[in-house]
Design a binder for this molecule. Structure first.
Ligand SMILES: *Cc1c(COP(=O)(O)O)cnc(C)c1O
Length: 403
């Protein structure tokens, strides 16, 4: 099938919820992706922060193949060993006591919200709980997750949403404090906002929110779906701040391409859900849990957090230099291998110009390009990326001034 045929037929059959780039991806190797016609791309998007291990990790692939021949699915009426192994990894890495495996990030957020409501119900004996969420946040596309997402355009067409959600301003502690009252069950936020434009939490902010939650017996839910799993240089970004949530949500790099998410909780929050409260037919099946376990094994074997700490400063200085050389770049933010450049204009044309030159970049918010390479990225590939990025910015800027 030609590329054009695939694109044309897919446009007729897939629901039109995305404006896709006209590329048909076929396979990958390390940091590179290839189209069906052989066109090669350096990948600085990782399938939106998913492919932490890079493409074609042999041991990960072998682990999956081995499980395929044994058993893919059991339902949660029975136990399976891979789920136990993956649970050990998640609880050890997050510092949480119990975990529930989901099929996506949004479902992990749904579960976290259910814990918050159930915990409130158990401790207060009332059903009037509220949740404080953040402006510019992103938590997913299911109804509960949309309800706590701080972008009105994602919420409004789907109202009425779940009730009792109030929005505070990220990194403005007073705005959070002002919303606390005796109905507050939880605060939910990303430790490092991704989709909203790569905004890390200020240390005093996240510590202040932790304290407010403690003072009000409310749960702190940290969404680490994008910023977790080593991307910050710690397994979870909150570990960089020395703050521990009551509930953490994971997905994206947890399965490195196999759809698996999780919500994990600590202490009394971990005991809030009991039989009958929550479930999932696929959730935590032996196939996806084999993937999660294999991902943790590779993190250890490849010493990926150490590697992130080695290469991230190089990505930082490389992007700082880009910022200095191009006045249209107004800010550079991020932690580890999750960084963003903010532009004076919507950078869609830069992303397209980079694709033409064989570099995959992804946008965030309305004016940011985010850099989310596979965690195996080396300095040489950061240089390769920067060369293409500079050419692409220069091309777009000169087209703008030429007009
Ligand atoms: C991607 C993302 C989600 C949603 O995950 P899905 O797997 O797409 O449902 C939720 N929260 C954050 C922070 C994300 O980046």
């Amino acid at each position: 099938m030609t590329k054009e045929t695939v694109i044309q037929e897919a446009e007729g059959l897939l629901m039109h919820t995305y404006n896709r780039f006209p590329m048909v991806l076929d396979h990958g190797e390390g940091m590179y992706l290839y189209e069906t016609d052989g066109t090669k791309y350096l990948d600085f998007g990782s399938g939106i922060g998913v492919y932490a291990l890079g493409y074609g990790n042999k041991e990960y692939n072998e682990a999956l193949k081995g499980q395929i021949d044994k058993l893919l699915h059991t339902s949660n009426l029975f136990y399976n060993e891979p789920a136990l192994e993956a649970a050990k990894c998640v609880c050890e890495a997050t510092g949480m006591d119990r975990v529930f495996f989901t099929n996506s990030g949004a479902e992990a957020v749904e579960g976290a919200i259910k814990i918050a409501r159930k915990y409130y119900f158990n401790t207060r004996g009332r059903s009037d709980s509220t949740i404080i969420a953040m402006d510019h946040s992103f938590h997913g596309r299911t109804m509960g997750a949309v309800s706590v997402t701080g972008k009105a355009a994602y919420r409004e067409p789907f109202e009425p949403l779940i009730g009792g959600v109030k929005f505070a301003e990220f990194n403005d502690l007073a705005s959070v404090e002002a919303l606390f009252d005796d109905t507050t069950a939880a605060v939910i936020m990303e430790t490092l906002q991704g989709e909203g434009g790569i905004f890390p939490a200020d240390p005093e902010f996240i510590k202040g929110v932790r304290k407010l939650c403690d003072d009000h017996d409310a749960l702190l839910i940290l969404d680490e779906i994008q910023c977790g799993m080593g991307r910050s240089g710690a397994m979870f970004t909150y570990q960089k701040y020395g703050v521990t949530p009551d509930v953490v949500t994971l997905a994206k790099a947890l399965g490195c391409g196999v759809p698996v998410g999780a919500f994990a909780a600590k202490g009394r929050a971990a005991e809030a859900l009991v039989p009958g409260d929550h479930g999932s037919t696929y959730g935590g099946n032996p196939f996806v849990c084999t993937a999660a376990k294999a991902v943790f094994d590779q993190f250890e074997k490849l010493q990926l957090t150490k590697h992130v700490n080695e290469v991230a400063p190089y990505l930082w200085s490389t992007l700082e230099a880009v910022k200095e050389d191009f006045p249209c770049v107004t800010d550079h933010r991020g932690i580890g291998l999750m960084q963003g450049l903010q532009f004076t204009f919507a950078p869609g044309d830069i992303v397209k110009a980079a694709l033409k030159r064989g570099l995959i970049l992804i946008a965030a918010a309305s004016n940011v390009i985010r850099f989310l390479p596979p965690l195996i990225v080396e300095k040489a590939q950061i240089d390769e990326m920067a060369g293409i990025l500079r050419e692409s910015i220069a091309e777009v800027v000169s087209a703008q001034t030429g007009k």
